[in-house]
Design a protein around this ligand. Structure first.
Ligand code: 4NP
Length: 146
């Protein structure tokens, strides 16, 4: 799960998908990272922690890191939260196999009207909407691969 800072959107995506896997008994390895480095080592944004908590999910154990070249070989699928993350991730892929692993997470939802999870960093009210779209996307991922 990849966004820009790895403190708002992708930690929620990681927490939500891990929670669903746990409930379904799926033994998937899920992690998140950022395309940027500003917040490396930080806990998720307190607004993401709060919205996750309101939905019964604890993401306080997460710590931000940046995407690295191993991620491309190690993981089967790399989900970008928005089109800017998608563009950056594709630019860093070394071959077609790596590039083929990269997807927009909202494209997993049939007929979803937008491509990008909006960046809620400067919008205190955006976190619940972000949670809900990621919840839907993670349901779709479980349905497809679970
Ligand atoms: P995220 O949100 O990519 O969902 O973690 C952001 C967090 C920090 C910044 C931008 C977006 N920032 O500019 O520091």
């Amino acid at each position: 799960m990849v966004c820009l800072g790895n403190i708002c959107r992708s930690p929620l995506a990681e927490g939500i998908l891990k929670d669903k896997c746990k409930k379904k008994g799926l033994n998937w390895e899920i992690d998140s990272a950022g395309t940027g480095r500003w917040h490396v080592g930080s806990q998720p944004d307190k607004r993401s922690i709060e919205v996750a908590k309101n939905h019964g999910i604890d993401i306080t154990d997460q710590s931000a890191r940046s995407v690295n070249s191993n991620d491309y070989s190690y993981y089967d699928i790399i989900y970008a939260m928005d089109t800017m993350n998608l563009r950056d991730l594709k630019a860093w892929a070394v071959d077609a196999n790596e590039e083929g692993k990269i997807r927009l997470i909202l494209n997993e939802i049939d007929n979803f009207p937008t491509e990008s999870v909006p960046d809620p960093y400067f919008n205190d009210n955006g976190f619940e909407a972000v949670f809900n779209m990621l919840d839907k996307a993670c349901d779709a991922i479980i349905k497809k691969y679970g």
